[in-house]
Design a protein around this ligand. Structure first.
Ligand code: SF4
Length: 213
């Protein structure tokens, strides 16, 4: 490392200096998890594949943000409700609901700054949890009338947004189709197609994708 000069993390020699850190981060990201989960289905499937099989360079800023989110979910851990559903193709999709009352399903999101409205993928994600809860195969099946996404920033400020319940058939088809694509890709070890949408803008595995070149 050059003396007296501020060096970007990415510039450091991974093999000699930072390789153990990369390995530890990768192990952390891939710690025990379900391969087919709600979180993965709402994300880019190609990225989910890369995180499973490739050695991906994840910028440390991402991990620091992720650690905040993980800390929040560790705190909520005792209240989480595990849910799962087996698709007609025989693929089990797992999820974990942050908080559930008689009336309401709540999903907490840690953010850098409060968004002022529900983000589209978060509205979809909470709907997928709701779907799994209604068809739950590993616990009680319930149908609660209200869904809320609650954003919490690094200062502890928060806002709560009510989310509209989406069409049942749409959710069924969404989960079935994407679970099949991800499952087959993981089994055959062939990356799913690029999705090339807003998720690509800040994607840290984009070097694996053709559009990047
Ligand atoms: S760059 Fe886009 S298509 Fe490629 S893995 Fe990332 S999100 Fe997916």
């Amino acid at each position: 490392m050059p003396d007296g000069r501020k060096v970007r993390f990415e510039e450091l020699d991974k093999k000699d200096v930072l390789y153990p850190v990369f390995q530890a981060m990768q192990r952390y990201a891939n710690r025990e998890h379900h391969r087919i989960s709600v979180t993965r289905l709402v994300d880019c499937l190609r990225r989910s594949y890369a995180l499973e099989y490739d050695e991906v360079y994840v910028p440390p800023q991402r991990y620091l943000r992720m650690m905040y989110g993980t800390a929040m979910h560790t705190i909520l851990g005792a209240m989480e409700v595990p849910v799962a559903w087996e698709t007609p193709d025989g693929i089990t999709v797992y999820g974990s609901i942050d908080y559930l009352t008689e009336e309401r399903l709540i999903d907490f999101k840690t953010v850098r700054s409060l968004p002022g409205q529900t983000m589209k993928n978060h509205a979809l994600q909470i709907n997928l949890y709701h779907f799994l809860l209604r068809h739950n195969t590993i616990g009680e099946q319930r149908n609660v009338p209200r869904l809320n996404v609650v954003y919490v920033d690094m200062e502890g400020n928060w806002e709560s947004h009510r989310v509209r319940i989406k069409d049942h058939d749409f959710l069924h088809d969404f989960i079935r189709k994407r679970a099949k694509i991800l499952h087959d890709a993981l089994e055959k070890r062939i990356p799913p197609p690029e999705e090339n949408d807003w998720l690509c803008r800040r994607c840290f595995v984009r070097k694996n994708c053709l559009w990047w070149f």
